[in-house]
Unconditional design. Structure first.
Length: 338
């Protein structure tokens, strides 16, 4: 084979490789990322949040409602909040349904005696935006009774891909409504860049958003522990406050940690709490924190290859291929010197 023909053949191969690499560099962060940056359909995870060792929380003793004397609040109780999250039908190419079974337990009691609340929450979200979509979300809080529709707004199980340092609307499972989560700072958790958001709720009237027989309760003043009013009937509402810190890996929108200070109480004036229903400071245990960080790191690395590393590598390969291919074409077109 003549040398010019060989050079032209090599040039064509290099130009083809370079062109393909350039096309790939353009496609990865656009079309390919849009197709692959979606919430997985095989999520199955358990998270556990606990009170700090030696502190515990405060819990209204339900048995004191029926026995003589004022309502009693147990203090310093070790608490465990466990959530088992899976993906269920309907789930397809565009949407995914999360089912979260959650329990709140007293760790100082065994079996049913330690169970404070249990619920099953279902919400369907867009696999790309993480925003709620049809069908309408539901919540079951009583065994043997069907779930009730609870429409959603805001983010719940995850934040959007490419989370930004701005304020987002986040769903609160206690108040059955959404509150703003404001960006606080960017930090590093085990070497992983993480965005810190914070939601603050003060004196929310749960009777306006939730369905519960204890949202408004009428009892004798003596039962409420109010002195000087005898057996006069007093009605109090259940209010809710919290400070919730949320930690998000921004590329994937994965939740990698959280800490909250829920406070439910009875009061006639939301600014003046009178009887505590539930008060605690809760944070993920060490094992759950590590598992969430590992999953988020894996997702972030895959997305990094789609948006950063992959395109840079392909642009480099494409540029070299096109330059070398063009150079070989020039060389192959020269007439040999005599």
């Amino acid at each position: 084979m003549a040398r010019p023909t060989l050079l032209r053949g090599s040039a064509c191969v290099l130009l083809a490789i370079g062109s393909a690499a350039v096309v790939g560099a353009v496609m990865l962060p656009t079309y390919v990322e849009h197709r692959l940056a979606v919430t997985p359909l095989d999520i199955r995870t358990t998270t556990v949040a606990v009170t700090d060792p030696g502190t515990g929380g405060d819990v209204l003793d339900a048995t004191s409602i029926t026995r003589p004397g004022p309502l009693s609040v147990a203090t310093g109780i070790p608490l465990v909040v466990q959530r088992f999250i899976t993906t269920e039908d309907p789930s397809d190419a565009d949407r995914v349904t999360f089912q979260s079974g959650a329990t709140v337990r007293r760790a100082d009691r065994e079996g049913d005696a330690g169970l404070l609340t249990a619920s099953v929450d279902r919400v369907t979200v867009d696999r790309r935006t993480s925003q709620p979509v049809d069908p309408v979300a539901s919540l079951q809080t009583t065994v043997g009774k069907p779930a009730i529709p609870v429409p959603r707004t805001g983010y719940q199980q995850r934040f959007p891909f490419d989370t930004q340092p701005i304020t987002y609307s986040v769903y609160d499972a206690t108040a059955w409504t959404s509150f703003p989560a404001e960006f606080v700072e960017e930090i590093s958790m085990d070497g992983l860049p993480v965005y810190h958001f914070r939601t603050q709720v003060t004196g929310a009237d749960l009777s306006e958003t939730t369905q519960s027989p204890i949202n408004s309760v009428t009892l004798p003043a003596s039962k409420w522990g109010l002195e000087g009013l005898g057996e006069q009937s007093i009605t109090m509402k259940r209010y809710y406050s919290t400070v919730r810190d949320i930690y998000v890996e921004p590329r994937s929108g994965s939740l990698v940690g959280g800490r909250e200070q829920p406070y439910q109480y009875f009061a006639r004036d939301p600014a003046v709490p009178e009887v505590t229903v539930f008060k605690a400071t809760l944070g993920l245990d060490e094992g759950g924190q590590k598992e969430q960080l590992d999953r988020a790191r894996e997702s972030a690395t895959k997305l990094m290859w789609l948006t950063d590393r992959g395109p840079v590598l392909l642009w480099s390969v494409g540029g070299v291929g096109l330059i070398l291919g063009a150079a070989l074409l020039v060389v192959s077109g020269r007439r040999p010197q005599r």
